[in-house]
Design a protein around this ligand. Structure first.
Ligand SMILES: *[C@@H]1O[C@H](CO)[C@@H](O)[C@H](O)[C@H]1NC(C)=O
Ligand SMILES: *[C@@H]1O[C@H](CO)[C@@H](O)[C@H](O)[C@H]1NC(C)=O
Ligand SMILES: *[C@@H]1O[C@H](CO)[C@@H](O)[C@H](O)[C@H]1NC(C)=O
Ligand SMILES: *[C@@H]1O[C@H](CO)[C@@H](O)[C@H](O)[C@H]1NC(C)=O
Ligand SMILES: *[C@@H]1O[C@H](CO)[C@@H](O)[C@H](O)[C@H]1NC(C)=O
Ligand SMILES: *[C@@H]1O[C@H](CO)[C@@H](O)[C@H](O)[C@H]1NC(C)=O
Ligand SMILES: *[C@@H]1O[C@H](CO)[C@@H](O)[C@H](O)[C@H]1NC(C)=O
Ligand SMILES: *[C@@H]1O[C@H](CO)[C@@H](O)[C@H](O)[C@H]1NC(C)=O
Length: 573
């Protein structure tokens, strides 16, 4: 049964709660308070604010402990005062009296054992569903088949509560609540580019926090690209020593592991990408002999989609040896906390190979078998290490490579790409750039010479305009996919390519727009009656979710002004 907007009709402007929308959500208008003395039990064992704390030994107990700790922190330290969702000057807060009812117990019940790889589940390999019941007398029960399901249930629980203006209490006005929830898609991700601009670890953790709060489960880490190589590879130290922008802009093996672990505790698998053979020019700072067409100027655009041009040579034993050494270093370190590795393969510019002394042509009849051999080598090494490969769609759809059937193909160019990928029997990730590229619409970052400047006026970028949350929300990953192949669409990702996104604007560029993708991926693009989801009902919830993200330290943008949210939906057309 779907959520019914009864509350909106009874009391205009009342808070909505819960993003992404659960599969089934019923709530009332009863008030309950909560304080830090609330009893929490996990499978019958009493928990404290720090759960099992340092006693946690298994991933399952660590995940639940972590979720409990964050629940307390969110409810009591990072909550928000919802004045924007009530009529101006109104007295909307319930009053706390000596006979007010408090939440008196939270029972977490796990109904099955976690899979042994709960710290690095395969897509679909963990049951993320949960149920949540809160009675008017203050008893809360959250059940789930996995620790991750319980963590999602606790995340939802925090979204039912609000803070008093005085800071004098935390309450809900939604009791009783009955929720039954499960994700529609198995892979719900955000792709962050840390090459074009560096993101300090604090930002990476913040993004994971926000992803978890939206029940997403993948952080795709596009760690290297043409412009900079911030990843420290101990067996090839010069890569980062010469290829990072600055010596303080590097990710150490400890950083990588810490981020993986931080994510694993929240059900978010960090999936690293080393894009290749294009998008690798930064390798030339350390190993110039491995890269063809490096930094051709001024006509770099004949050889690459961005400066500096350059590509790994395609028919070079030195390149093969380099890749062997690179993956031998990286893969075993990633292995404990992920099953996946992304090999890239987008935007290969054939003309770069005219300047490649191991090939010397742009003829695809010559290049295609070499590309097949190149990727075969990479994939064989991945598979020998037990990884499932991901590649960008061009490898399958432009280069016609034969890929092992378990290869996940990440599409970005069109809905048709998703359909073609699944028609070839591969699992696909959606993320059409016309909908889910967060970088679009910022205008050009290139500088135009006077002679050509006028022809680029007004300097829009290639995927302009900016994709607002409504556009992102209108995207259906299954659009164009025949019903008998939709099971091959694993999910999708929003993408923050970072030519113009650095730590100063990262939060605003990503949030709350990525919440729209999160709801599509968790709840589906269509509602229970098969209709496209409505902006009218989503908008107040998203405004509220934005306030929750802000309270949690994410500088998410506003999507509307208080006028629109204070008295129901005043800004509908
Ligand atoms: C953790 O272990 C200590 C020592 O064994 C014990 O005293 C304490 O009660 C345990 N805490 C929890 C939350 O289980
Ligand atoms: C409980 O508190 C309400 C005000 O919130 C008051 O109207 C009511 O009389 C109180 N009941 C008792 C039994 O104290
Ligand atoms: C690839 O390299 C090998 C060994 O140098 C060479 O024999 C072969 O001709 C090259 N292939 C092409 C297409 O250039
Ligand atoms: C390959 O190179 C030739 C000669 O430079 C050029 O005319 C042609 O357009 C190139 N092909 C592609 C696909 O770019
Ligand atoms: C892939 O196949 C298509 C359709 O047959 C063809 O047009 C294209 O040139 C092929 N691509 C390469 C790189 O060989
Ligand atoms: C529903 O959304 C799809 C895009 O996913 C769009 O093509 C279609 O026109 C929408 N349907 C209605 C009735 O608005
Ligand atoms: C899927 O359905 C289409 C008709 O819509 C049919 O032609 C095709 O054979 C089916 N494919 C599979 C794998 O069942
Ligand atoms: C709130 O909205 C309702 C319904 O649109 C309207 O009748 C009422 O006048 C509004 N109140 C204020 C204070 O704007």
């Amino acid at each position: 049964m779907m959520w019914i907007p009864v509350i909106l009709a009874l009391c205009a402007g009342v808070t909505q709660a819960v993003w992404p929308i659960p599969s089934s959500y019923e709530s009332g208008d009863g008030v309950l308070w909560i304080d830090q003395s609330v009893n929490i039990k996990y499978n019958g064992v009493a928990q404290t604010a720090s759960g099992y704390g340092s006693n946690s030994t298994t991933w399952s107990t660590r995940i639940v402990s972590n979720a409990i700790e964050r629940t307390y922190d969110t409810l009591f330290n990072k909550n928000f005062y919802p004045w924007k969702f009530h009529p101006r000057m109104s007295n909307f807060e319930p009053s706390l009296t000596s006979n007010s009812t408090y939440v008196n117990s939270i029972t977490l019940q796990q109904t099955a054992s976690d899979p042994t790889n709960i710290m690095k589940p395969t897509a679909g390999g963990v049951d993320e569903s949960y149920t949540l019941k809160m009675t008017t007398s203050g008893d809360v029960t959250i059940t789930g088949a996995s620790s991750i399901g319980l963590a999602h249930g606790l995340t939802t629980f925090t979204q039912l509560f609000f803070e008093c203006s005085s800071g004098g209490g935390v309450y809900t006005t939604l009791a009783p609540v009955s929720i039954k929830d499960a994700p529609v898609f198995e892979w719900r991700g955000l792709n962050i580019d840390t090459s074009r601009t560096f993101k300090p670890m604090s930002d990476m953790y913040a993004m994971v926090d926000a992803l978890a709060y939206n029940k997403m489960n993948r952080l795709h880490w596009h760690v290297t690209d043409a412009q900079a190589w911030p990843l420290v590879v101990p067996s090839l130290p010069e890569l980062a020593d010469k290829g990072a922008y600055a010596s303080f802009q590097k990710y150490s093996p400890a950083d990588v592991q810490a981020l993986q672990e931080y994510g694993a505790l929240l059900g978010i698998e960090v999936v690293m990408e080393i894009d290749q053979p294009g998008h690798t020019s930064s390798i030339a700072f350390a190993y110039p002999d491995l890269i063809a067409a490096f930094n051709v100027q001024p006509n770099w655009d004949s050889y690459a989609s961005e400066p500096p041009s350059g590509t790994l040579k395609l028919n070079s034993t030195a390149v093969y040896d380099f890749l062997e050494k690179l993956f031998d270093d990286i893969l075993p370190r990633l292995k404990p906390l992920t099953n996946y590795f992304h090999l890239g393969g987008d935007e290969v510019n054939v003309n770069a190979y005219t300047l490649d002394d191991t090939v010397g042509t742009n003829d695809t009849a010559v290049l295609q078998p070499l590309m097949q051999k190149f990727m075969d080598r990479n994939i064989a090494q991945l598979q020998a290490n037990g990884f499932t490969p991901l590649v960008w769609e061009e490898m399958l759809l432009v280069w016609n490579l034969t890929l092992p059937s378990n290869t996940i193909v990440q599409t970005w160019l069109s809905d048709q790409s998703v359909a073609e990928t699944v028609a070839k029997g591969h699992k696909a990730l959606a993320g059409n750039y016309n909908f889910w590229y967060l970088d679009c619409g910022q205008g050009q970052w290139l500088d135009f010479r006077p002679a050509v400047s006028a022809s680029f006026w007004p300097y829009a970028d290639y995927c302009s305009p900016r994709h607002n949350w409504r556009l992102m929300y209108s995207y259906d990953p299954l659009s164009g996919v025949p019903a008998n192949l939709t099971h091959l669409v694993l999910g999708g990702e929003a993408h923050i390519w970072s030519e113009q996104t650095d730590p100063v604007n990262l939060d605003q560029m990503v949030w709350p727009r990525t919440c729209a993708a999160a709801e599509v991926l968790w709840s589906g693009a269509k509602d229970a009656s098969g209709q496209n989801r409505s902006q009218i009902t989503a908008s107040p919830r998203l405004s509220e979710m934005r306030e929750r993200l802000v309270a949690r330290g994410i500088k998410a943008e506003p999507i509307q002004m208080p006028y629109c949210t204070q008295n129901g939906t005043q800004c509908a057309l």
